[in-house]
Design a protein. Structure first.
Length: 91
C-alpha cells in the first residue's frame, strides 16, 4: 500500500484529502505543519514502521544522549534543538 503525507494548516482541506485518499486505498498520515509532519517520519525512518505513532521516542533518545555525552545536559553544546526543524549536531 502506498503511503501519503498530507500537510496543510487548514483542517477542512486535510480532512477532505484524507477521506478522498483513503477511499482510493492509500495509507494516509496528516499534519497541520511541516514540523509536526517530520517527527513521525523521523521515528519511522529510525525505528521502522511499527513506531510511526511513537513520536516521543526521538525526544527521549536525544535526552539520553545529552545526559550521557553533554557536560551540562540542560545547556547542550553538541545536540542542539532547532525549533520547528528538528535537531542538529555540533562537533
Amino acid at each position: 500500500m502506498t503511503r501519503v503525507l498530507v500537510v496543510d494548516d487548514e483542517p477542512q482541506i486535510v480532512r477532505a484529502l484524507v477521506i478522498n485518499l483513503k477511499a482510493r486505498t492509500y495509507e494516509v498520515d496528516s499534519a497541520h505543519d511541516g514540523a509536526s509532519a517530520l517527527e513521525p517520519a523521523a521515528a519511522r525512518h529510525l525505528w521502522g514502521p511499527a513506531y510511526r505513532k511513537e513520536t516521543d521516542y526521538l525526544r527521549v533518545y536525544l535526552a539520553q544522549l545529552r545526559r550521557t555525552l553533554e557536560a551540562d545536559p540542560s545547556h547542550p553544546r553538541h545536540f542542539i534543538t532547532e525549533p520547528g526543524m528538528g535537531y542538529r549536531f555540533e562537533p
